[in-house]
Write a protein that binds this ligand. Structure first.
Ligand code: GSH
Length: 259
């Protein structure tokens, strides 16, 4: 059976879970970011990141590569649209979700994580810069969504990649109001009608209760693993001094190079 090194809250893992369910795979999920599962995760991925998919002796790392592996394994229903133009578009929005939306949302959300209880405040201007850049991406997405359809017309990996990020925007004060974002709002409703999306939302909701009930958390509560894109956005927006201070505290961890 396929084993997914998973986490209920990771947007990358959620994307892969929706893709697995959309394609009708049976799989076993392990919450690999819980402290007790971390050694097992590092055995299959030296970077210690989820998701990882293990299919007997085949290990697929990185959510985009896992999605491609799933299409290789079972071509239909495909995670990519039929036309060349829409395939290129799907890959573009997949990348925007993974590199840009994830980076900004991660960087501005640290203070709201139920796993970490930071007593400091975000550096001045960070939240505003994040909201500004996220709104700029949302304006482009609003125009990009195919009318009466999904991002690329039919359901694709672009929808599964973008969806978890868009649903977290309200927690950081980005309001997708009906007047400015009618297509986005219709797309969100269409997404929520898909069975694989409903399953994702329900399992995320239940996991929040299970994992954080009674003030508990099974996860790391101090250190934060920073990937390249997340650091890049901070530097692009001029938060170098904050980043250097964060590293100096030892809270910020960067994965070591590995093959
Ligand atoms: N490029 C990777 C990124 C995966 C990633 O950043 N995963 C985060 C969770 S969202 C992670 O596992 N971080 C390690 C940690 O938090 O300990 C992918 O697409 O799978």
């Amino acid at each position: 059976m396929l084993v997914l090194y998973d986490n209920p809250f990771s947007p990358f893992a959620r994307k892969v879970r929706m893709a697995l369910d959309f394609k009708g795979f049976t799989y076993r999920s392990v919450d690999a970011l819980s402290i007790e599962q971390l050694p097992g995760l590092r055995d299959v991925n030296a970077r210690g990141e989820v998701p990882v998919l293990v299919d007997d002796d085949i290990v697929a790392i990185d959510s985009a590569d896992i999605a491609a592996y799933l299409d290789d394994l079972r071509p239909e229903p495909s995670l990519l649209p039929a036309s060349l133009q829409m395939r290129a578009k799907a890959r573009h929005w997949h990348r925007v979700a993974d590199r840009t939306l994830d980076a900004i949302i991660h960087d501005v959300s640290l203070w709201t994580w139920p796993t970490h209880h930071r007593t400091d405040q975000p550096p001045s201007g960070l939240l505003e810069a994040g909201r500004q850049d996220l709104e700029a991406v949302m304006r482009v997405l609003e125009r990009a969504i195919e009318p009466q359809g999904f991002i690329c017309g039919t359901v694709s990996i672009a929808d599964f990649a973008v969806f978890p990020h868009v649903t977290s925007l309200r927690f950081i004060g980005v309001d997708l109001d009906k007047t400015r974002y009618p297509r986005l709002r219709e797309w969100l409703a269409r997404m929520r009608d898909l069975e694989c999306v409903r399953k994702d939302l329900e399992s995320t909701r239940l996991a929040a209760i299970e994992k954080f009930g009674a003030g508990k958390s099974p996860y790391e509560s101090d250190k934060v693993v920073w990937r390249g894109d997340r650091i890049e956005w901070l530097l692009a927006r001029g938060f170098d001094a904050w980043w250097n201070a964060e590293r100096a505290t030892g809270r910020a961890v960067i994965p070591q190079p590995s093959a």
